[in-house]
Write a protein that binds this ligand. Sequence first.
Ligand code: SF4
Length: 1024
Amino acid sequence: MIDLYKVPLGSTARNFFAAAAEKNYSYDEALLVLPSRLLVEHTRKVSRGQAVSFEYLTNRIVTLNRRLLDLPAEAKLELISRRTQELLVGDLLHQLSKLQGLDYFSKLADKEGFIKAITGLLGQLSRSGSTQEEITTALLEWEERNPAYVMKDREVAALYNLYRNKLKQKNWYDVEGLYRLAAVLEKPQASLPWQHLYFSEFYHFDALQRLIIKALSAHCQISIGLMYEPKRPEIFAAVERSYGYLSGFAGQAELSQEAVERKPALQHLVDNLGRSGCLPLAAADGIEFIEAGDSESEVRAVLRSIKEKLQTGAAYGDFLVAVRDFNTYSGIRAVCDEYGLPVTLPAAASLSAQPVCEFLRLLLAVAAGGSEAVAAYWRLLKCGVVKMVYGFDGEQLNRLKQDHLYSSLQQLRKAVADKINEIGTAQWSDELSELETYLDKVPRRATVAAYGEVLKGVLEALALPEKVGAEYRKGRAQLREVKNLTETVRQLVEVLDTLQEDYQNGGLENIALNAADYSRLLLTACAERQVVLTAADSEGILFGEAANLQGLLFKYVYIMGLREGEFPRSKNESWIYNDSERVILSSVGVELENTACAYAEDKFFFAAVAAMATETLTLSWYSDDAAGASAYVEDVERLYAPGSIVKYRAGRCGLQQSLSEQELLQRLAQADPEHNWLLERLGADWPLRSSIEKIRRQDGSIYKGIIEDERLQRAVNEAVGGFFSASYLETYAQCPYRFLLSYVWKQQQYEELTETVEPTVEGNLLHDVLARFMALHLQEKLTKYPQKQLVSQLDDIMTSVCEEYIENNKIAVTDFWPSQRRRLNLLLRRWLERELAYQREWEPFVPVKIEWDFGKNGSTPLALPVAGGKIYLNGRIDRIDSDGRGLFVTDYKRGATPSGSDLTAGLDLQMPVYLLALAALEPQNVVLGGGYYSLKEARRKGGFALQALGKTPFTINNKPFSEGDDQWSDFSDFCRITIRGYADALHQGIFPPAPRKKCPEFCPGKDICRAYGNLAAEGGEDNV
Ligand code: SF4
C-alpha cells in the first residue's frame, strides 16, 4: 500500500513522517529514506528515527534476500567500482571490434573519453526501467531510423548485452545491477524487516527506483512525500514524471502542516515563483542581491554579510549557503577561515597534488626511461619528499646540469654519484644509494599489482609518517603536517590496492603496463581523492550544493553563483545519443535523461532552496564580459515592484568595517602607504592579488601564460633545455600552453589503457620491421625480386621482430594478439604492394639510407642560431631515397599525415627540421624534398618537394616558395625563421593557451585550461 503526500513548495513531509515513525513503530520497524547524505545526517541529528539513503535500502534488501537470488552458495556478490566498469567496457569494445569489427565507433574505441561516455550510457540504459531484452529490441528495431545511425544502435546494443552478460557471469554488480537485484522483491517470499518505509525529499525517482518502491509496497506500508504543485509546471517539471507514475497506483493522502512563518516578501516568493501573471509586491523586505566583479569578491561579500549578522546575535544554525556546484568554489574554505567562520566544509586538497604522490610519479618517470627520464631524475633530486627524508643537497647536485648536457640516465646517475662523493659526506653517499635502490626496484614494465607492491614497499621503507612525527617532537614540524602526511600515505596505499583490485575485477590483472602508463593511471586515481587538511565543523554554518538540499528551513539563506552557465549549469547534449534520440527512446520505455530534464532539475533546485528562507534570502553572482546574472535572478526580481529589492555591489569596505585580519591590514596599508611594515606583512603584491580575477582576463599577462619573472623564465628555459625535436616544436606551434604543461610541468597526457598492443608500441614495431626490411634492399630496386620472395622475407622479419618484442615484454600475448598480428601483417603486405608500384614508376630513385639520426646516439645535431645563443635540433629520418643527384626524405606514419597547409602555417615542422638537418649535415648532397607515408592508407601523402624533384608517381606539393628565384633558399629561410620564432618566444616565456589546432582530447590542460571547451576534441596521430 502506498500513500502519496503532495506538499507545496517550501514544505516537507519529513517531520510528519519522522513523528509518525517514532510514535507507531520501534526503531527497526520503520525507515526514513532520503536522497542525500547531507539530509540523512541532518535528520539523524534532529530526530530519533532511522534515516537512510536509497543505496542503503537496496543493499539491505539484497543482503536479506540472498537465497532468492539463485546464486550458488559460494558465489560472492561484488559491487564493482566505476574504474572496473570502464576497464570492462574498454575490454569489451576491443572484443567486439575483434569479433565483428566496429564500424561506427571504430575510431573512438580506444579513447579514454569515449570509454567513460559509453560506460555512462550503459549505466543510464540499465536504469531506464526496461529489461535487457526490451532495451535491445528498442535499439535494434527503432522505427523509421535514419540509416546513418543504424550501425551505432547495433554497436551500442551489442556492447550493452556483452556488458550485462559479463556482469551476470561473474556475479559482479555495478550500482544499477544492485538496483536490479533489489527487484527480487517482486517475489512474494522476499523477506523484509520493516513495517513502514517513508520516502521524503526526493524530487524524482528513476525508473528502477519506482519499480523497487512499487515492489516494496507488496511487503510493507509505503509513504511518499513529494514536493509538487501541478499548477506550477515551470518549477515542478522535474517532479512531474515521478508524480504521474506514483499517483497511478498510490493513494493520495492529506498532510496537515503548521504554516511556516516567513517574512511576507519571502512568503510571496514561495507562493508565486514560476507563476505567470502574478502582481508584483510593493515591498521586498528580506530579499537582497549582491553583484560582484569577480568570484572572490562575491564570496567575501557573502561572508561579510554572514559575519555582520552573527555580530548582531544570529547563530551558526540560522544560516544556509547554497551553490550549484562546489567545484567552482575551490578556495572557499580558506576564505571562511580568514573571517573566522566555522563551516561544514572541510579544507581539502587533491591527493594528486601531494608531494608524496609526486615522488612516486617521479620514480615511475625515471623507470619509464626515454627522454623524460633525465628531467625526472633532476626533479626527483630536489622534490619535497627527498628534501624531507635526505640530507644531501639536491639543489647543489642540480647545478651539475649547467656543466654538461646529460643525454643518458646512466651517465647522469653516475655523475650525481661522483659529485656526491666529491662534495658530500659518507652519509650523503648512503642516502643517495638508498634512493637509487628505490629507483632500481621500480620496473619499466609490469602488472598493476607488481607496481602496487613495489610502491607500497617504497612507502613503507621511507616511513614518512614516523619521520615527520619525529620532526614534530623536535618542534620542527607542525601537527597539521604530521596529520596530512599520515593521511596522504594511508590514502596512497589505498589507491595502490584499489587499482590492483580494479584490474583484477576487470580481468586485466595479467596485462603489463609500462611505467609511464601506470603513472598516468596513478595520477587519475589520485586526482579523484581529496586529503582533508582541516576537518569540517559539523556544528558550523551549513554549506551545501542545491541538489542535495530540500525541505529545510533557515532564517538566512544565501544562494551564490547565480551566474549564467553556472546556475543553471550549461548543459551539452550527449553526443552518443542526442536529445531527440533520447526522447524517442523514452517514448518506447527506455527512459533516458536529456538536457531539458537537466534544466528542469536546476529550476526546481533553485526554487526549493530559495523557499527555505524565513528572514532573508540573498542571491549573489559576479558579472564580467563572459557572463552576467542568471535568469533566476530576473525571475525573482519580477515578483516585486521595481527598485524594491536591495542591491549591493560588492567592493572594498572602509577601515572601520573590516571583518577579518586580512581586510584590516589591507585597509591600514591603503590608508597609510608610507608605512611599509604593513606592506611587508601583506606581501608587496597584495594590490595585485586583490584584483586577480580582473587581471586574469587581460591578454599578455602572467595569467595568460606569459612568464615575466626572470628567475622563473630561466628555470623554464633550463627545463626546456637546448635540444629540440620536431614534435617538441610542433606542440609549441599548436598550443604554447600545452607545451608548457607537457614539457615543462611534465603533466602527462591521459591516454587509454589497453589490453591490446599500444599505438606507440605498434608504431615502433612497424618501424623496426620496415627498417630491417629496407636495410636488406638499399641501393637497389625491390622490383628485381619476385613479389612472393619479398612477402616471405617481410613476414620472416615481422616474426622475428614480434618475438623480440614479446621476449622484452613490449607486447603481452593476450587473446587479442593473434588478430592484431594478422592486422599488422596485412598492413605491411599492403605497404609492400604499394611500394613495389611506386618503385616501378619512380625512376631512378632507390632507398639509400634508413634511420638516419641527427643529434641522437652520438650523431651531430643541427645547430640553429637563436636570440642569445643556439638551439640544437635532433631527430631520426625513417628513410632517404636518392636518384644519384639528390635526396628525398620519407617519414612513416601509422595514420593521418599533416595537411598540405600545415607546412606554410608553421604547424608541420617535421619536414622542415628533417630537410634542414639533411642539407646542413650532408652538404655533399642536394635535398629535393620529403613526404609522409601513411601505413594505414598504404600510400604516400603530403610533404614538400622542390620543383627540381620532377615527376613522381605520388602527389607532392611543390608549389610553396616556387615563385622566387631560389626555391630551396626561400624554403629554408622560412623554416629557419619559423623555428627561430618559436624558440625565441619559448625562451621569452610566452606560453598562452592559444590552440591553433583543435584541442586534443587528452591534452593535460583539459581540466584546467580556460581555452578548452569550445573546441572539439580530436585524436592524435603517432609518428612511427
Ligand atoms: S586545452 Fe587546448 S588551449 Fe588548453 S592547453 Fe590544451 S590544447 Fe592548449
